[in-house]
Design a protein around this ligand. Sequence first.
Ligand code: AMP
Ligand code: MG
Length: 430
Amino acid sequence: MSQSRKLLNDCFLHDKDRLRHDDVLTLIQKRIGTIVASETVPLAAANGRILAEPVVAPRNVPLSDNAAVDGYAFRHADFDDVGGWFEVADRIAAGHARTTPMPNQTAARIFTGAAMPSGVDTIAMQEDCEPHIQHDRPYVAIPPGLKPGANCRKSGEDVLEGTTVLVPGERLRPQDMAAIASLGIAQVVVFEKLKVALISTGDELLRPALGTLPQPGQVFDSNSFMLKGLLATVPVDVTDFGVLADDAELIRDTLSKAAADFDIILTSGGASRGDEDHVIAALDELGQRHLWQLAIKPGRPMTMGQIGDCIFVGLPGNPVAAFVCFLLYVRQIILRLQGSAWRLPVRFAVSANFGIDKKKPDRREFLRGILGQTETGALGVKKFDRDGSGLITGLREADGLIEIAETATSLQPGEMVNFIPFSEFGLTPR
Ligand code: AMP
Ligand code: MG
């Protein structure tokens, strides 16, 4: 079992005025390493976890040569190209291997998944065969045209003994679970779940509850529900600290306590430098702030910092900005902290069903993209047409993010644009 490692105390420090999107990702990739220890878990509990030790095949899969169909197994050398007659000398079902060789010139009735006995190497499908009884003994007529080894699965054709099937850093998916189980491996070593403290801040915020009616000026705390859902796409344990009022002392005390017990603190709201924004001041007092001025939109300053060995991420309060910053950066940070291999979301080139007259150069824009068809029936994407970063509706209608490069200053309808489906960030499609 490995010990957890400490964070570099300047891991988010950088020397750029305005970080470009790619710089941010490079910083995350280069400066953030695994901080959690590893643990052994039963395979049944490993789906979605990040592997900490390789999985090496202790045996072949399949273990034995076996039947791919229901039929008759025979020795190809006993067969001539015009077909053949065989006495049916055994019946072999899956899970009931025959341990002695089949006599020459005989066939075995065999069923899918049954181990091939020695002495036979080829199977004719039952639909193509004519069984019959002669002198009280079963025979089968096998048609011509079968190649040696037909309808047999070879031992090791899926995985050969000694193969490294999975390497540390891989996130276990259902198909990986199948692969590990097929090897007969009952437990795996994975990285521990990251402990996340989730905090909403704002005097105006109210948690939805039965019978709760908002007073004028109150806003329901939607971010914490959204962020909890987003955090469910990575293997973490989340503790919900609820809503904190805009109160300097309360925020400082809460951050200080959380930093002692958690690997990462994720706040939303209060992260600007207004009079009522106390989160930054608290961070400055307790630890280090490496404020990130990002050359992206949306993504007003997202704040990164550390309080001792705890990472601090301050997300903007506006739901759209919080959502996009989480997908683009927080998710990568969290995966990195718990040993995940580096993987960028895949971008698909899709035809733009919209245009942009004028875009500020030198910043990358991420628009909420809705998939549809172009006039010619190809895949197209349009942007959600209202801009407000408080509009949760746009997040709901979108299928992913449209990425407009720093260098672009306009976009013509029909041009190809980069589109990143939300599924690339681990979200389930609607
Ligand atoms: P702030 O970052 O605190 O200046 O907040 C920016 C905007 O986001 C304000 O309109 C807030 O009311 C809103 N906001 C902040 N936190 C939340 C939250 N947890 N849920 C929904 N809206 C929020
Ligand atoms: Mg606020």
